[in-house]
Design a binder for this molecule. Structure first.
Ligand SMILES: [Zn+2]
Length: 318
């Protein structure tokens, strides 16, 4: 069963009323479906810069705490519900525990089959893919990797405040995604695993049975981005993945390419393992990935605008 209200009604005005409205030049506005709020790629790019001005946002750092505070403050200003889910990760010196925190922001009606939108807000502690070997111990600024998905969701929070959506939406701002070592998947995606493994359990901020689908945004800001259908999404949630890409095609968003992409172990995987339909929207072919060059100047308002348009459409047209 679904609480989806279905397509928005077409304009039901009588011919006479339509003619009268046409006289005043408003018929064209009526013929179009009610407008979803307009997503601004420029605003999303500014929100990437705001995050990067905080410095690296590795778990336990001041930058991490400040970006989390930015998320919470933005959501509270918007009048949305906020839950912080704290946990620890062994990322301190000699594996000492460090506090991490997922932030869940909820909008729209309570209950029902809900849309989940997710991004990680932490950044990688080491630029281990940097072409300059001497810089590989430096932290990644994470404009695209961490910053871009978070920026899209932060701007969506602003839009949700202005225009409440017709369905329940939970935005998952995830911590501790990017502190793993190569060839150790369990070192990655710690925040999403913590959230997904506790779905529906006592004290969990989310009920897994109430999700109609999750969309993960990761590395969605590169200039000239091309986002294929990520491999795990396609294998384990083919219908949801197809539905999201069909929506992008219907909107004419050419950043999204319905071709088979590589598998990326990312924050959607723990949710797929928990039985949640989840799709990872990611352009993994970024030459600045896990380097010190992952900076705002390589991100694009045009790319962010397309990603944002898709997310807004999914949010406002269930
Ligand atoms: Zn990363």
């Amino acid at each position: 069963m679904s609480s989806d209200p279905g397509p928005r009604p077409r304009c039901g005005l009588s011919l006479l009323a339509t003619a009268l409205l046409a006289l005043f030049g408003v018929a064209a506005a009526c013929a179009a479906p009610p407008a979803s709020p307009a997503f601004s790629g420029d605003r999303a790019l500014a929100l990437i810069r705001s995050q990067c001005e905080l410095g690296p946002r590795t778990p336990g750092s001041e930058g991490n705490r400040k970006v989390r505070e930015m998320v919470v403050a933005t959501a509270r200003r918007a009048g949305l519900r906020v839950v912080e889910q704290k946990f620890t990760v062994p990322l301190g010196p000699k594996g000492a525990p460090v506090e991490a925190c997922n932030v869940i922001v909820s909008a729209g009606p309570d209950g029902g089959r809900r849309l989940w939108l997710a991004a990680h807000f932490d950044t990688r502690p080491w630029a281990d893919q940097d072409p300059v070997v001497a810089r590989r111990r430096e932290p990644v600024l994470g404009a695209n990797d961490g910053g871009s998905g978070t920026a899209v969701l932060l701007h969506l929070v602003e839009l949700l405040a202005a225009a409440p959506p017709p369905q329940g939406i939970d935005l998952l701002f995830l911590d501790a995604e990017d502190s793993g070592q190569p060839h150790d998947a369990m070192g990655f995606c710690r925040g999403s695993r913590h959230l997904a493994e506790g779905l529906g359990a006592f004290g969990s901020p989310l009920d897994g049975t109430a999700c109609r689908g999750l969309v993960l945004l990761d590395m969605v800001g590169k200039a000239g981005a091309r986002i294929p259908q990520e491999g795990y999404s396609l294998a384990l949630a083919p219908e949801w993945t197809a539905a999201v890409f069909e929506r992008a095609a219907a909107l004419g968003l050419d950043v999204f390419e319905p071709v088979h992409g590589r598998q990326v172990y990312d924050d959607h995987v723990p949710f797929l393992q928990a039985g949640i339909p989840a799709v990872d929207l990611i352009d993994f072919d970024d030459p600045h990935w896990h380097t010190t060059a992952d900076r705002p100047e390589h991100c694009s308002a045009a790319t962010l605008a397309q990603v944002g348009r898709l997310v807004v459409d999914l949010a406002y047209r269930p």
